[in-house]
Design a protein around this ligand. Structure first.
Ligand code: FDA
Length: 393
């Protein structure tokens, strides 16, 4: 039977980072993935340019049952460390917005960098290979691969979450956790578009494709100010994806489409300076035309703006800047960028990502109950947690 020091299941961001670090420490490492290519999610990320980290990444940008769990890993391997690696490989990058760093060229440069580093440090990558039947042995673990049985001292589970099943997401990491008695935090799709009920959808469908820059979306005490987008199913765009990680079925979300504008004052001025315009025209000075039209129709205030009272204008302001809506659901794992929940951090060591009760077993990346905001945070978690396990296996 083949024997190595470390088997990493999953050649994604976290698994490859762990393999590089373990290889640097002289460990023999085998990385297996059932996909035909490594880093498939890296490839499709950031619209093909990979938002590989965020300059401002800190534990407050992550959701977890234990908000302190990510502190150690994020401070031991920071965004600056990863940026240094990217620079050493001569990959050009830029900040797009809000500290988000993207490749100037293509996300495949990040994959090529990781594969080259694995090769340099002697980690073997075996693709089109599924891991099954994991068993505990005296000195570690044995598992069945498509290519035969393998034995290892350390087993690193880097299988990712459930999002985008058609790209190879399996939930296998959660099965391994359950097999070895680790607790699981219920999973749910996150960073995902939200959907409307059929009535709301029928009303708002003509707006599909309309975007609003800098909308403030709130759910409970959490709020994000970024763009939002009307879709054929409901709403999306960065601010909606962000709030989706906090939203639960039955929750109402608040939407302010013009948070920076004193809309009441602007409409009063429009009434004074050009009272013969329709409400839709006055709103169109601040909002996309189709949206202005939809709000004006919804408000049922025909005629000139000169005929509208302050009370009516306030009602319009409410519709624009305090729109309360209950999404019917989300688009689910089919389009979710990440999976919330996962392996319970109470059962993991925050410095090494080792399972506290199962020597030699490690969980890293998205399979763990640490989920980042949109904006490069999830890759940073993959790099940081992968690096930490790489120092310990
Ligand atoms: P990841 O999912 O990357 O890797 C897991 C690997 O395990 C896969 O290669 C899979 O094939 C393999 N696997 C699963 N089961 C297996 C089994 N039984 N046997 C063998 N192999 C198995 N984040 C970010 O920070 N910036 C961004 O720009 C984006 N953009 C983005 C776009 C889209 C469309 C998605 C879906 C996601 C993002 N993300 C993102 C999120 C980011 O991609 C995600 O958080 C990381 O890829 C997680 O890395 P992991 O290594 O943990 O899992």
């Amino acid at each position: 039977m083949e024997t190595v020091d470390v088997v990493v299941i999953g050649a994604g961001a976290a698994g490859m980072m762990c393999a590089i670090e373990a290889g640097k420490r002289g460990r023999s490492v085998l990385v297996v993935d059932h996909a035909a290519a490594p880093g498939e999610k890296i490839r499709i990320s950031g619209g093909g340019r990979c938002n590989f980290t965020n300059i401002n990444a800190s534990p407050k940008n992550f959701l977890s049952q234990n908000p302190h769990f990510s502190i150690s890993a994020l401070s031991r391997y920071t965004q600056r460390h990863f940026i240094g690696l990217v620079e050493r490989h001569g990959i050009a990058y830029h900040e797009k917005t809000l500290g988000q760093l993207f490749c100037d060229g293509s996300s495949t440069q990040i994959i090529a960098m990781l594969v080259a580093e694995m090769k340099r440090h002697g980690a073997e990558l075996r693709l089109a290979n599924s891991a099954e039947n994991i068993e505990r042995t005296d000195g570690g673990f044995s598992l069945k691969l498509t290519t035969g049985k393998v034995r290892c001292k350390s087993l690193v589970v880097a299988c990712g979450g459930k999002s985008i099943p058609k790209m190879g997401a399996t939930g296998f990491g959660y099965d391994i956790a359950a097999q070895f008695g680790l607790r699981l935090i219920e999973t749910r799709p996150a960073l995902v578009p939200l959907t409307f009920d059929p009535n709301t959808l029928a009303r708002l469908k003509p707006l599909a494709g309309v975007a609003v820059d800098g909308a403030v979306i709130s759910c409970g005490k959490t709020r994000f100010e970024e763009a939002m987008l009307f879709t054929h199913r409901g709403i999306s765009g960065p601010s909606i994806l962000q709030i989706s990680s906090y939203w639960r079925e039955g929750d109402e979300i608040g939407i302010a489409m013009l948070p920076q504008v004193d809309l009441f004052e602007a409409l009063r001025q429009a009434r004074t300076s050009n009272g013969r315009q329709a409400l839709q025209t006055a709103l169109g000075a601040h909002l996309p035309k189709a949206l202005a039209q939809s709000i004006a129709e919804e408000a049922r205030m025909p005629g000139n703006i000169a005929d509208l009272s302050d009370r009516q204008l306030r009602r319009v302001v409410e519709m624009v800047n305090d729109w309360r809506i209950k999404p019917a659901g989300s688009e689910g794992y089919r389009t979710a960028e990440v999976t919330l929940g996962g392996v319970d951090t109470r059962d993991l060591d925050s410095k090494t990502m080792a399972a506290k009760a199962v020597p030699g077993l490690y969980f890293i990346g998205e399979v763990v109950d640490v989920t980042g905001w949109l904006g490069g945070y999830n890759f940073q978690w993959a790099w940081s947690s992968g690096w930490c396990a790489g120092q310990a296996v």
